[in-house]
Design a binder for this molecule. Structure first.
Ligand code: PLP
Length: 318
């Protein structure tokens, strides 16, 4: 018999179902399979959803969420976890308690603090945010907020902090989010366009920040031509990773890649966090797992194709 645990790491998604197949559990399981991992799943909520938006949400009772989780953990050795849509405070508290007391502890957990869908539907009841911060963040190897989620989380502890408008703001916000208890923060910059000149200015202000340009080097010829025409002004996306290291220091890495214009971005955040969990399950460092996951997600957007007759937000291609 093959040594399955070693050759195929087991990963778990704890998230909502997207009936349209683009985000949530469905995106996570596709990602796990594409990246050579075995996927298990705990469903927190069912959504009636398509490329146009979310038409309905049915949260699973916390006791049944717990039953799914304990059933899998009592039988299968899960190497890494990710959480996505958690629906409400009851489900969130139950997951945190079960993970904390399970035989899988200490765990490798990527927490994607999903709050609102791109189409504007609430995926986490507002009063559950405090439960997520208090109970789940201290268990997390990494949290992966986007700009809106970061601003919402920071407004609880730093109400005076202004909105995130620049790469320098992103670095400051990622540091502030680290104070909420996770071991690392990946602040995703997909909703902000930056250029190389901005990156250089942010670096000059913070010499300790490491610039990771791997994403720029692996691009296709079209992007390279744009960069060659005016390298300083080409439109880029920056993700900021802040990691707490031994001795209380913080290591900061800025990942740069070309901006892709696409409406096929539904499930981008789900895919990224699922792919990072795969890297952690393989024993990669957080920096390496983020780099590989960002490339996978970027390629998924670049290779996407229209899935619906209507003009909604379609899925990535896995
Ligand atoms: N629906 C479900 C079930 C999800 O889990 C998520 C993200 O985690 C979304 C929708 C949000 O996807 P998007 O941000 O692409 O709207």
């Amino acid at each position: 018999m093959a040594d399955g645990y070693e050759s195929v790491p087991v990963v778990m998604t704890i998230a909502g179902s997207d009936s349209g197949g683009g985000a949530g559990i469905q995106a996570d399981l596709k990602t796990f399979t594409a990246l050579g991992c075995y996927g298990t799943s705990v469903v927190t909520a069912l959504t009636a959803q398509n490329t146009q938006g979310v038409q309905g949400v049915h949260a699973i009772p916390p006791a049944f969420v717990e039953q799914q989780l304990t059933s899998v953990l009592s039988d299968i050795a899960v190497k890494a976890f990710k959480t996505g849509m958690l629906a409400n405070a009851g489900v969130t508290a139950t997951i945190a308690h079960t993970l904390r007391t399970s035989n899988a502890a200490p765990i490798s957990l990527v927490c994607d603090p999903v709050c609102v869908s791109t189409s504007g539907h609430t995926l986490l009841e507002p009063d559950a945010l405090a439960t997520m911060v208090r109970d789940l963040f201290p268990l997390a190897a990494l949290i992966t907020p986007n700009k809106a989620e970061a601003e919402l989380l920071i407004s609880h502890t730093h109400p005076e902090r202004p909105a995130i408008r620049s790469l320098d703001d992103m670095v400051g916000a990622a540091h502030a989010l680290l104070e909420l208890g996770p071991r690392a923060v990946l602040l995703k910059g997909g909703h902000l366009t930056v250029c190389m000149a901005d990156a250089r200015a942010a670096m000059a202000a913070r010499p300790e920040v490491v610039l990771d340009r791997t994403g720029l080097l692996t691009e296709n010829m079209e992007i390279l031509l744009v960069v060659e025409r005016d390298p300083e002004q080409a439109e880029l996306v920056a993700d900021v990773l802040c990691e707490a290291v031994e001795g209380g220091a913080v290591e900061t890495t800025v990942f740069l890649r070309p901006r892709l214009e696409s409406t096929s971005t539904h499930g981008t955040g789900c895919t990224l966090s699922a792919a990072i969990a795969c890297g952690l399950a393989r024993g990669e460092t957080v920096v390496d797992a983020v780099r590989t996951a960002a490339a996978y997600t970027h390629d998924g957007i670049a290779a996407s194709f229209p899935i619906a007759a209507t003009q909604g937000h379609g899925p990535l291609n896995h």
